[in-house]
Design a protein. Structure first.
Length: 127
């Protein structure tokens, strides 16, 4: 014969299992069609707080304005996943330039680097 204590423990375990299943189903429904965050791949930042996309569990498209040309842009969830998890960019950073302005800035920096290195070589050869 089972005791009431055993039955109530069994019922509590069943309720906990049901609650866990409901939570898992709810999370699966939320993530349907979303780009999921893999927090273990994020770059450590020694911050006391956690970015909103990590707490949420998935990335959202984020609108921004290009700081060079002023064009309205959208930083897509797939681009964010690449930036944060593959390129290991800072977890608090966000896109600030559109693609064409970013390419123009990269070319400008590369040219400045080339000119600087040429100047160093000339200076080295004069001595």
């Amino acid at each position: 014969m089972k005791r009431n204590r055993d039955r109530s423990a069994q019922l509590a375990a069943g309720r906990a299992t049901l609650q866990a299943r409901k939570i898992a189903a709810h999370e699966a429904a939320l993530l349907c069609g979303r780009v999921k965050v893999n927090a273990s791949l994020l770059k450590p930042d020694n911050s006391y707080s956690t970015p909103d996309y990590v707490l949420r569990g998935y990335y959202l498209d984020r609108p921004f304005t290009c700081k060079d040309c002023g064009a309205a842009q959208v930083w897509r969830d797939t681009q964010q996943k690449w930036w944060y998890e593959t390129a290991r960019g800072g977890v608090w950073t966000m896109a600030t330039r559109c693609r064409s302005c970013r390419r123009r800035e990269q070319a400008r920096v590369a040219e400045a680097r080339r000119v600087s290195l040429e100047g160093r070589e000339k200076k080295k050869n004069i001595k």
